[in-house]
Design a binder for this molecule. Structure first.
Ligand SMILES: Nc1nc2c(ncn2[C@@H]2O[C@H](COP(=O)(O)OP(=O)(O)OP(=O)(O)O)[C@@H](O)[C@H]2O)c(=O)[nH]1
Ligand SMILES: [Mg+2]
Length: 325
């Protein structure tokens, strides 16, 4: 029986062959399995792919356990979510993180001042967003670990120097690299981690520089599907709105828990994915609570305060929830 493999399959296979790290290979194999036509003619191939995948996963686990392969790009997630800043040398990535967080970033007039990734926590209202500053992107030579870090992040921010005559080139080379590595793509198959162009954020830094306005205009025209925010770390222009935009990129909601008969805890919200339900909230709070959950009362998005809602009720940002077991 012919296998009738699709173009998507061959594309994923090509990515597999080009993959340099175990992580990249795993992700390409996952995709091959997800897009392979499921019928008798491909059963054998599916079996082989699954075998390869489990072998690679074992290899990956062994690697991550041994200290000799310490990966500075693997930063544990904290706070409401993790964003990663990328961009070519000297555009102001470290300056952005330094201005928005307490991270001890290395800022310098010369390029290649950041050697290893560094995370900082950016406050937004009552949550903190983890943002990673990375070494400069040299698109011909990006370490596999960096590709992995981009893939793990919840959101991707490209920084460019819009005061430079090379601003357009900085953006197009970064976007081309991301699309070439298929970290950014139009259609994302089930189970594959990638971003769509619409989900990216471009921080067009150094708008205080002469010529920035003209460069920005050209870039906006050529990349109408990208969200581009003009900023200047130097003058502070546009910086106020950045934490809010970061938060929106995470696509999460904040939920405040309330114990019956007491005031809600408005200090430390729980963070859930957008579309999260009462039951998912209970699971976040405590597994036992979720198991015994009968109903809940909510204040906020409900028709009236204290309304009783079922377990599958979809919550909204800033809802206050009282769980009843
Ligand atoms: N005029 C101007 N200069 C800026 C601005 N933001 C950053 N700079 C300067 O640009 C230079 C590079 O800043 P960094 O934050 O080190 O840039 P980077 O992208 O982290 O650089 P690498 O880590 O080497 O890739 C420094 O001299 C900063 O002071 C800005 O908004 N306006
Ligand atoms: Mg830097």
């Amino acid at each position: 029986m012919p296998a009738n493999l699709t173009p998507q399959y061959y594309e994923a296979e090509k990515a597999y062959k080009q993959a340099k790290t175990v992580e990249e290979k795993i992700s390409a194999l996952q995709e091959m399995l997800s897009v392979i036509p499921k019928h008798k003619g491909t059963e054998k191939l599916q079996g082989q792919l699954k075998k390869k995948l489990s072998k690679l996963r074992e290899e990956g686990e062994k690697k991550s356990k041994s200290t000799s392969t310490y990966n500075p790009y693997r930063i544990d997630k904290e706070g409401a979510g993790q964003l990663i800043l990328i961009g070519v040398p000297n555009v102001g990535k470290s300056s952005v993180l330094g201005a928005l967080s307490n991270a001890k970033v290395n800022v310098a007039q010369f390029p290649f001042s950041t050697g290893v990734p560094l995370a900082g926590m950016v406050p937004y209202e009552d949550v903190k967003i983890q943002v990673i500053d990375t070494p400069p992107l040299v698109v011909e030579d990006v370490p596999g670990e960096m590709v992995g870090a981009i893939q793990r992040a919840d959101g991707l921010v490209i920084v460019i120097d819009v005061g430079s005559g090379e601003a357009l080139d900085q953006l197009s080379s970064t976007v081309d690299f991301l699309e070439g590595k298929r970290l950014v793509r139009e259609e994302i198959p089930e189970g594959v981690k990638a971003f769509r162009r619409e989900e990216l954020l471009v921080l067009a830094n150094k708008v205080d520089q002469p010529g920035a306005g003209d460069n920005l205009e050209i870039i906006n025209e050529l990349y109408p599907d990208l969200k581009i925010i003009p900023i200047s770390v130097k003058t502070g222009k546009g910086m106020d709105q950045v934490p809010k935009v970061f938060f929106e990129m995470l696509d999460v909601i904040r939920i405040y828990s309330k114990i019956p008969g007491q005031d809600p805890d408005m200090e430390a919200p729980f963070v859930l994915r957008r579309g999260g339900t009462v039951l998912e909230f209970a699971q976040e709070v405590h597994k036992d609570l979720a198991d015994g959950l009968e109903k809940a009362r909510i204040w906020g998005s409900a028709k009236f305060d204290g309304q009783h809602v079922p377990r599958d009720h979809v919550l909204a940002d800033k809802d206050i929830v009282e769980l009843h077991t």
